[in-house]
Ligand binder design. Structure first.
Ligand code: MN3
Length: 212
């Protein structure tokens, strides 16, 4: 069964999802302290602020995809914190201490088909992550099966109606400084390189299969 990550509102509230591994599981690529702060403080704040922003509104959809797909109709606090909650939930799921290090399944075939090779794909993704000015995310997305690389500012994502980059997220990399500054300081390129050691390729492949 291939499923996109779906976030439902329970009793009018979104919840911080359980982290699928311990804070130190992704060492040395992502340090324990960064994981703990990133998950409990940053992601936690997006969830709380999203719930507070939604509490002021009426007729809120019961799932995140509808919310993001119509985000232009909502206050900026919903855009920032709804994006923050969705992006981080996806990000945690797409990381693993037992990474296969290389793409798998249909996604592996599609990467070779659309970018020429895994190396060429990685170079293009690295460039998107490196050149995103300020805070944002680098993405691999599927547009009905065709793979595209790009980036979004702040907590925007490719599911939002206001986004220039539109499609289904397959892989996302948080390039906000809070994601890497404790360990890598200003060296974003080193953090991006480290990311390739902890990608959960089976999960990325599942997300891709769901878009075919
Ligand atoms: Mn973050």
């Amino acid at each position: 069964m291939c499923e996109q990550i779906t976030l439902k509102i329970k009793n009018m509230k979104f919840e911080l999802p359980k982290l699928p591994y311990s804070y130190d599981a992704l060492e040395p690529y992502i340090d324990s302290k960064t994981m703990e702060i990133h998950y409990t403080k940053h992601h936690g704040a997006y969830v709380n602020n999203l719930n507070n922003a939604l509490a002021e509104l009426q007729n809120v959809p019961d799932n995140m995809e509808s919310l993001l797909g119509n985000i232009s109709k909502y206050p900026v606090a919903v855009r920032n914190n709804g994006g923050g909650h969705y992006n981080h939930t996806l990000f945690w799921e797409l990381l693993s201490p037992n990474s296969k290090k290389n793409p798998v399944g249909k996604l592996a075939e599609a990467i070779t088909r659309d970018f020429g090779s895994f190396d060429a794909f990685r170079e293009k993704f690295n460039n998107a992550a490196l050149t995103r000015f300020g805070s944002g995310w680098a993405w691999l997305i599927s547009q009905n099966g065709k793979l595209v690389i790009g980036s979004t500012p702040n907590q925007d994502n490719p599911l939002m109606d206001i986004s220039e980059l539109k499609g289904s997220p397959i892989l996302g990399l948080d390039v906000w400084e809070h994601a890497y500054y404790l360990k890598y300081q200003n060296r974003r390129a080193e953090y991006i390189d480290a990311f390739w050691n902890i990608v959960h390729w089976e999960k990325a492949n599942e997300l891709y299969l769901a878009t075919l």
